[in-house]
Design a binder for this molecule. Sequence first.
Ligand code: DQA
Length: 143
Amino acid sequence: MKYLVINGVNLNLTGKREQSVYGTETLDDLNKKIAEYCEKNGDTVDFYQSNIEGEIVNKLHQAFLEKTCDAIILNAGAFTHYSYAIRDAIASINIPVAEVHISNVHAREQFRNTSVLSEVCKGVICGFGVGSYIGAIEALKNR
Ligand code: DQA
């Protein structure tokens, strides 16, 4: 399998921002663990991060139009809670997308309980740090 991991807004600051919520590992640290996991299983993985909503939409379109991957793991950050543009992009592509979050969004502020993306994703994993991404990879593989 070929996976694409997309991280959205503010995820570039992982390991530096709100460490009590998101931990001390950087996004590069997390990506390294995901890459090692994929390599061990004979899979390949690409990574993309952007703070710009439209760039994430473009990346989803590109994956579809150029068939760059078999499945997508998406942590859209705060875009999760209100981006109908990303939602429609996920609905437009015939690639399975898993929604993931480092933190348990259901144990936090009320606004994080709403995801406008979940309905068009294959599933959601949150609260397990890097394990959310690896769990999603495993789940997508076994679909
Ligand atoms: C997050 C949860 C979101 O609510 C938040 O806006 C983020 C990160 C997570 O990975 O836990 O930026 O997606």
